[in-house]
Design a protein around this ligand. Structure first.
Ligand SMILES: Cc1cc2nc3c(=O)[nH]c(=O)nc-3n(C[C@H](O)[C@H](O)[C@H](O)COP(=O)(O)OP(=O)(O)OC[C@H]3O[C@@H](n4cnc5c(N)ncnc54)[C@H](O)[C@@H]3O)c2cc1C
Length: 448
């Protein structure tokens, strides 16, 4: 039986990413005594929330709860932009719209279902349908090649866009500091090593420097590392997802700098991308089954990142998939070297819903993880929902994100955006070996 903290309790939050900071902020507003621990300076170089951009969308297929959560998040994003403008800082949220293109003459189920639910929720005004090849090209001429190669129907959601995710984390970190959250940061003194447990009651944590930190409650929000810190019985699994960047030539920058975020029939291909940012970088990512990196002791997948493996790129299989997709969707890219690549990690649950719940084996421990690759957009408001879970308040969210029976074998997405037909390959092995720097070069240039 879970006992919520009393007013003013000391609460330790492990992890200063989306889940951890958002929770710490919401708890601090309610005058809890909040302490955040992280193994790295914020934003942590290899955290999943650390990147140049992430998609912000309310298009969630049949997952209407996530759609609602996003609708609640938008005003917070605009408020944060206002705060930043007052401080002379660039916006964190860029409302470019999200353009969802589909292959063939009709929408895939995901797009069809998203439109239906968005309209039913009263947000129909945000949907602009582009039902013919001509209508897409007229509005977005930069996607002409994609249209000519079969992406013939699309819709734009004008409410969506992207956030500068590293800046978002920095912004939230400052809001936490301003509201009295204490931070313990460092590879030894900030790194969670173990729970302090007495008779199944969590009394605090021990960090890697062997120091004990006592608290009334602990929230474990270590992102894709969470599964490696405690036994979750297969409910959480770290999967690595490939991300690439190009630094396109000037004429292409003109064409693509004011683009919306796009999905290239995402529920069938997994590919989506971003407009070229102010530094001239264009990011494209794949939302797929991903890769695992099992540790030998127990086969639990532990994120393998460039912080430890500086020369890591992306698996050759992922590279091949990118080049095949882009050869059709954005053929100019055949002439470009990949300027940056990375494997970024999800904390996957089998149903694609977050895991935010008291841990049934311990008193005073709440898990806030299982992002399943889609939580960044909720950074400004998810902490308020997590705080309700910590306070023992039952909501639609607490029910959806509860501790469920595990089903280790089947991985799905909550909204149908991830077309998973196989098991994740092991990173570094066979087709999942890391691509060499030469292999990242442009295929056209390589053969010429
Ligand atoms: C390739 C990719 C693309 C994505 N695209 C999108 C998108 O377009 N839109 C979207 O909404 N979401 C997207 N996401 C998902 C989003 O980034 C995550 O849902 C979100 O960042 C998860 O936050 P988190 O707090 O769980 O994890 P993280 O951000 O990884 O934070 C975990 C923190 O825990 C710390 N930590 C780990 N171990 C320890 C320890 N032992 N002790 C102390 N601290 C520890 C880490 O240093 C880190 O700071 C994407 C994710 C990836 C990987």
């Amino acid at each position: 039986m879970y006992t919520p903290p009393v007013a003013g309790s000391k609460i330790i939050v492990v992890g200063a990413g989306t889940f951890g900071l958002s929770t710490a902020y919401a708890l601090a507003l309610k005058k809890y005594n909040v302490w955040v621990y992280d193994r790295n300076t914020v934003p942590s170089a290899d955290a999943s929330s650390t990147d140049i951009n992430k998609c912000v969308r309310m298009d969630y297929g049949g997952d209407t709860l996530s759609m609602q959560l996003m609708m609640e998040a938008y005003p917070h994003w605009h408020q944060w932009n206002k705060e930043r403008a007052e401080m002379g800082l660039s916006p964190v949220f860029h409302q470019t719209g999200c353009l969802l293109l589909c292959k063939g003459d009709s929408y895939s189920d995901y797009e069809r279902s998203s439109i239906k639910h968005i309209r039913e929720a009263g947000y129909g005004h945000t949907i602009q349908e582009l039902p013919t090849p001509e209508s897409i090209i007229e509005r977005f001429p930069q996607f002409k090649d994609a249209v000519d190669n079969g992406y013939k129907v699309a819709y734009l959601n004008t409410e969506g866009g992207w956030c500068n995710s590293s800046e978002t984390i920095k912004h939230l970190y400052q809001k936490c500091v301003d509201n009295g959250v204490q931070f313990i940061i460092g590879s030894d003194k900030g790194a969670f090593e173990q729970l302090l447990v007495e008779d199944d009651v969590v009394r605090g944590i021990r960090t890697r420097d062997k120091v004990k930190h006592i608290a009334d409650h602990v929230v474990l929000a270590a992102g894709p590392w969470t599964a490696s810190l405690l036994d979750f019985g297969g409910r959480l699994q770290a999967t690595g997802q490939a991300v690439i960047q190009f630094s396109p030539p000037p004429e292409f920058i003109e064409k693509f700098k004011d683009s919306p975020v796009w999905g290239g029939d995402i529920s069938r291909t997994g590919f989506y991308g971003f407009p070229i940012n102010a530094e001239g970088k264009m990011k494209i990512a794949s939302h797929s089954v991903g890769y695992v990196s099992p540790r030998s002791a127990d086969n639990v997948s532990v994120p393998r990142t460039q912080v430890t493996y500086q020369d890591d790129t992306i698996p050759v299989k992922a590279l091949d998939n990118f080049r095949k997709f882009l050869g059709e969707f954005m053929p100019e890219t055949d002439n470009w070297d990949i300027s940056y690549s990375r494997v970024c990690w999800y904390s996957d649950t089998t149903d694609g819903k977050f895991l935010v719940a008291p841990h049934p084996d311990y008193k005073n421990l709440v898990i806030a993880s299982g992002d399943s690759g889609h939580a960044m957009k909720f950074t400004p408001n998810i902490g308020f929902k997590i705080t309700q879970v910590i306070e023992g308040i039952e909501t639609d969210y607490s029910r959806a994100w509860s501790w469920k029976e595990s089903n280790n074998d089947v991985l799905t997405s909550s909204d149908g955006t991830r077309n998973i037909t196989s098991k994740p390959l092991t990173l570094g092995v066979g087709e999942a070996r890391m691509a060499s720097k030469v292999e990242l070069k442009a295929p056209k240039k390589k053969s010429s």
